[in-house]
Design a binder for this molecule. Sequence first.
Ligand code: ADP
Ligand code: ADP
Length: 239
Amino acid sequence: VPLLELRVVTRRYTRRRDGVTAVDGVSLTLAAGEILALVGASGAGKSTLSRLVLGLERPDRGAVLLDGVDIARLRGRALRAERRRMHLVLQDPYDALHPGMRIAEVVGEPLAIAGVASAERGPRVASALEEVGLGPAERFLGRHPHQLSGGQRQRVAIARAIVGQPRLIVADEPTSMVDASLRATILELLLATRERLGTGFVFITHDLALARYVADRIAVMQAGRIVEVGPAEELVADP
Ligand code: ADP
Ligand code: ADP
């Protein structure tokens, strides 16, 4: 069973009178430990597809299978349990870093939501911070996001993403707002997470060169459809 399988998934927005089929009959698989880059122009449907994968939206048609379980059919507690096995990393780490929270709470929040006791959260938060190169963690636990540099914030965002040991991480343009050296660091951290935990990644980017560098396979999205998917070196489409 693949880690993730999309079967002919369609999502149509009908709020506007003309409507738009943001995701149009998409089928895809992702194996554990695989990095799939999703490339395509603005408006191609990448963000909608990622929300469907994360169980934040429901498709109109089709199945979204996580380890064989169709999350598109789940509700309530069962859906929340599946969502906790995934994590979203955004381009602006501030999106995930609530300014009023201390770093200990920011990184520990996914564990708190999952019901992990606070005594167990502390050591797991410290080891996640060490994983991303922010050890010894005591220097950071009591600070707030605005007291950190951009690079430290992005590391904190990744610590938060990996602390719950998710099966799947969706990274939506995680390096589009950072300089080349921080981009290299972020990619290294993501690749190390894949090695250590066997995490699968859906890596959304505009940057085809970056997709070729980081991904095992690339899916090219245009107007809601996957027009091509395959190993980076065999790709012919120009997204
Ligand atoms: P991308 O992430 O590739 O830029 P999106 O998934 O954001 O693409 O958008 C795909 C299409 O769906 C676009 O036409 C966009 O305007 C539309 N769309 C996205 N989200 C919504 C929404 N919540 N309501 C209505 N239309 C939406
Ligand atoms: P190109 O020659 O087309 O730039 P590269 O393989 O050199 O292709 O780079 C592709 C993308 O991957 C670029 O955006 C580059 O910044 C990034 N990249 C290349 N090497 C590394 C690396 N070691 N660490 C992080 N990012 C890298």
